[in-house]
Design a protein around this ligand. Structure first.
Ligand SMILES: Cc1cc2nc3c(=O)[nH]c(=O)nc-3n(C[C@H](O)[C@H](O)[C@H](O)COP(=O)(O)OP(=O)(O)OC[C@H]3O[C@@H](n4cnc5c(N)ncnc54)[C@H](O)[C@@H]3O)c2cc1C
Length: 415
């Protein structure tokens, strides 16, 4: 059977695109290597995840879920003094956009897969895509192996690469470009029974600094769990020859008094995770028969929790643009120029804020002290309201830290 769309990967980007396309009545097949529910990092949602979740019809499920509600982000100095929390409801409606969630990805992603299936998409788990099939320079499908190793060919009018940071097609096409500056390592674990805030601050994401522009994330989850991880340059985390993630993690805990205090109760689940070199950009967003979505198109940095928002947003937009292309009889790469530009605009705005954040002498406090009115725009960007003109904010931030030039990536590659 020939499908309208083949989707590689059943993470948030792939399942969002699948649900939209299936809802329009298109024949969609999602191929996923893992058996769900599966573990994944990336647990803090930001307010502008609301739009895509609403478009998908998932807000009622999110509201009924036991995911911890998140209303703000706060920045904590090593001596445990903090910024004012950036409460999203100072800028957006408290009952809708301004209230976000801290999720457990095995549960959130299972909900997304179930939803795509309910909408009519076919999802094959434990099926690894091994190869793209090309005819006359156009991607016309994929070869995939099931867990017994049987290889099957699947064909479709368009193939979506939603493989996350593995970036299946960007790697094979030589499009995977490293970010000139972002190159961090993350080490993390989960604590049960550690100290928690209460009330509206229970679900706050805390970004807690350590020396040399490293930072901890502290993401409270349900069942009394907390996701806590440290991000820094690899050479800093592995100084003095330390290679064991557990040792790296616990050595840094003492470098932020707030984190030390939080983790003085409870205990780690014992699993420690490490990842590096996750920042990259694909040179192109599309080529004949192929579209890149979510992390497979680019991933910046975990600091402002923008990953799932961008994955869902690009998944929904990809679904809408493919539907329009099918209706208009145009699935050429050029058809996706607007898609690529919109996603890149969001990424570049976030990227400017991420670069400022990592600048050795930058602090949001200093910017807001000089320009109190900048607090609103910073909250907007932290909320993920990234498809708008922030030039005034960048002019102000430029007084404290260099603002990077935009990267010339994301255009479709024409036939
Ligand atoms: C340390 C760290 C912390 C993060 N924290 C946050 C956070 O707090 N908030 C946030 O929003 N984001 C965070 N992120 C980012 C977030 O994890 C991603 O942006 C998000 O998961 C992207 O979704 P996706 O659908 O594009 O890819 P993924 O969620 O990675 O899904 C890709 C899927 O493709 C499948 N796949 C891969 N290759 C193949 C293949 N060949 N065949 C079949 N299937 C395949 C994989 O099994 C996977 O299920 C973090 C990332 C890192 C590295």
């Amino acid at each position: 059977m020939e499908y309208d769309a083949l989707i590689i990967g059943a993470g948030p980007s792939g399942t969002a695109a699948a649900a939209i396309l299936a809802e329009y009545g298109h024949r969609v097949l999602v191929l996923e290597r893992e058996k769900f529910p599966r573990y994944h990092i990336g647990e803090s949602l930001i307010p502008f995840t609301y739009g895509p979740l609403e478009r998908l019809g998932l807000i009622p499920k999110m509201k009924q879920s036991h995911f911890v509600k998140k209303f703000s982000v706060v920045f904590m100095q090593p001596d445990a003094t903090s910024s004012q929390p950036f409460y999203f409801f100072t800028r957006y409606d408290r009952e809708t956009v301004a209230q976000s969630w801290q999720v457990v990805r095995s549960e959130f992603d299972q909900m997304m897969v179930d939803h795509a299936r309910e909408r009519g998409a076919e999802v094959k788990e434990e099926t690894s895509v091994t190869e793209l099939i090309r005819e006359d320079g156009k991607v016309v499908g994929v070869r995939a192996a099931d867990k017994a190793g049987n290889v099957t060919e699947y064909r479709a009018r368009i193939t979506l690469d939603c493989t996350g940071k593995e970036a299946f097609t960007a790697v094979r096409n030589g499009w995977r470009m490293r970010d000139p500056y972002l190159n961090k390592v993350a080490v993390w674990t989960y604590f049960k029974g550690s100290k928690r805030q209460e009330g509206i601050d229970e679900g706050t994401t805390t970004v807690a600094f350590i020396p040399d522009k490293g930072w901890f994330w502290h993401i409270p989850q349900h069942d009394d769990m907390v996701s806590v991880g440290v991000v820094a340059e690899g050479k800093y985390l592995s100084r003095d020859g330390v290679r064991d993630p557990k040792e790296m993690f616990h050595r840094e805990v003492g470098n932020n008094l707030w984190i030390k205090d939080r983790l003085s109760e409870g205990s780690s689940t014992g699993n420690y995770y490490i990842t590096s070199e996750y920042s990259f950009h694909s040179k192109h967003c599309a080529s004949p028969g192929l579209l890149l979505v979510g992390d497979a198109m680019a991933f910046l940095d975990p600091v402002f929790s923008s990953g799932i928002m961008l994955a869902l947003k690009s998944g929904v937009l990809a679904g809408e643009e493919i539907h329009r292309g099918i209706v208009e009889g145009d699935l050429s790469p050029e058809h996706f120029a607007g898609y690529g530009a919109a996603i890149r605009q969001g990424l570049e705005n976030m990227r400017k804020l991420v670069y400022a954040f990592y600048h050795p002498t930058f602090s949001f406090k200093d910017v807001i002290k000089r320009y109190p009115e900048a607090a609103g725009e910073i909250t907007d960007c932290l909320s993920g309201d990234v498809n708008k003109d922030f030039s005034k904010l960048w002019d102000r931030i430029r007084e404290f830290a260099p603002i990077p030039d935009e990267l010339p990536y994301g255009l479709p590659l024409a036939a």
